[in-house]
Design a binder for this molecule. Structure first.
Ligand code: GSH
Length: 198
């Protein structure tokens, strides 16, 4: 199997961390170009949205998006990153993290692809408001699930926060969120997080 990838993508990183955490070393990670303005033909052929990650399988159709792939990989390994007794909580935590990634990636693309003279600061701030609200929700409500046994939601949150450090460090996401910041510092030291740090 091949995972269509790009080193800085937080969505891809979720899948790579799951691969390591579940001990699956038989998946080749293959870098491709993905962009809202058009990416690799091979990527577009595998995923009509043109987005990474995509998991190419020999024995079935390509899988996308990251939530589908992480769940597939967990099922394949027989691990419990989506434990049945906390399934809806874990999925909601992952959705919360993915929402942070979506808004953060959207800001990155706008700044990279749109001419600076056309930047719309209100739109950037609206995206950041989504991120800030999501971070506050994590700090207020999600710490018990973040502190418990490893689950897919934790991995997604770790990757979302790592992406904020990579691309939006100037926003200071840790300010006023000491508990989440302390959790991130510990989680970032997991070997799978260190091995996939962009
Ligand atoms: N919901 C998707 C989002 C994936 C996504 O947005 N990936 C970005 C890279 S970080 C991408 O491929 N962008 C290219 C595009 O928007 O066309 C998932 O969870 O896999």
């Amino acid at each position: 199997m091949q995972l269509l990838s790009s080193p800085a993508s937080p969505f891809v990183r979720k899948c790579r961390v799951v691969l390591i955490e579940t001990g699956q070393d038989d998946v080749e990670v293959r870098d491709v170009t993905a962009s809202p303005m058009g990416g690799d033909a091979a990527l577009n052929a595998a995923n009509p949205s043109g987005k990474i990650p995509v998991l190419l399988r020999e024995d079935g159709p390509a899988l996308y998006d990251s939530r589908v792939i992480t769940r597939f990989l967990d099922d394949r390994a027989g691990t419990r990153l989506y434990p049945a007794d906390r399934l809806w909580d874990v999925l909601s935590l992952e959705a919360n993290a993915d929402a942070i990634m979506e808004a953060a990636v959207a800001i990155t693309y706008e700044k990279r692809l749109r001419p600076e003279a056309l930047w719309w600061s209100d739109w950037f701030e609206a995206q950041w408001t989504k991120i800030a609200r999501s971070l506050d929700a994590l700090e207020a409500r999600s710490m018990p699930l973040l502190e418990g046994p490893l689950n897919a939601g934790q991995i997604a949150v770790g990757c979302a926060l790592g992406y904020l450090d990579l691309r939006h460090d100037d926003r200071g996401w840790r300010d006023g969120r000491d508990t989440l910041a302390a959790w991130e510092a510990r989680f970032a030291e997991r070997p799978a997080m260190v091995a996939t740090r962009p």
